[in-house]
Ligand binder design. Structure first.
Ligand code: AMP
Length: 201
């Protein structure tokens, strides 16, 4: 699972790392955005929260992730990007995985200071139909609110996963390839640790 504030590079790293590991990258933000564009019931439920930079309620988000994790491509492993984002989501994820006889192997926290995040997010643009567009929730006021939501609701997950013995922190400033290498090294170390532990083999 990748943990980190908006703008830390979770989406970019998730794509590369999942590609290297041969597992799907599951991004709740991407699933919500696809539902908003497709004007589905789920998209309609999520849109107002997303536009405001708030979290979509846990019940909606957790149900969506459970459905996604039940798909065939997630059977051999998966990389979560942007989920869980609250302690309640983390507890429910742990419980659902436990019911399946499974558990997270590793949580990587991408660490970036807040000045750098604001700089990255306010400059972020995506190419859509040949035009560079800004995500509506990347506007400066919404960015500040999303960072506050992160500090209040998501940052406590760092200590929570540390207590679970799953957390590795990596410096996420630098070239994309450098950060990917740090992430892969940390993942290797934590998978190594876990495969030495009880139940290994
Ligand atoms: P992201 O692309 O991960 O920055 O997510 C964009 C937006 O989708 C967030 O600001 C939230 O409104 C919503 N979202 C994504 N993941 C979650 C989650 N795990 N819990 C609640 N809301 C989420």
């Amino acid at each position: 699972m990748l943990l980190g504030p908006p703008g830390a590079g979770k989406g970019t790293q998730a794509q590369v790392i999942a590609g290297q590991l041969g597992v799907p990258a599951i991004s709740t933000g991407d699933i919500f955005r696809a539902n908003v564009s497709g004007e589905t019931e789920l998209g309609l439920q999520a849109k107002s929260y997303m536009d405001a930079g708030d979290l979509v309620p846990d019940e909606i988000t957790v149900a969506m992730v459970k459905t996604r994790l039940a798909e065939t491509d997630a059977k051999g492993g998966f990389l979560l990007d942007g989920f869980p984002r609250t302690i309640a989501q983390a507890e429910q994820l742990k419980e659902s995985l436990h019911e399946l006889g499974d558990a997270l192997d590793c949580v990587l926290e991408l660490v970036v200071d807040e000045d750098e995040l604001v700089r990255r997010l306010s400059g972020r643009r995506t190419l859509v139909d040949g035009q560079w567009v800004q995500r509506s929730d990347d506007e400066p006021e919404t960015v500040r609110h999303r960072l506050q939501v992160y500090r209040e609701q998501t940052a406590p997950l760092s200590g929570w996963y540390e207590a679970e013995g799953l957390l590795s922190r990596i410096d996420a400033i630098g070239a994309v390839e450098e950060v990917t290498q740090r992430a892969l090294d940390a993942l290797e170390a934590c998978r190594g640790t876990r495969s030495d532990g009880p139940g290994a083999g």
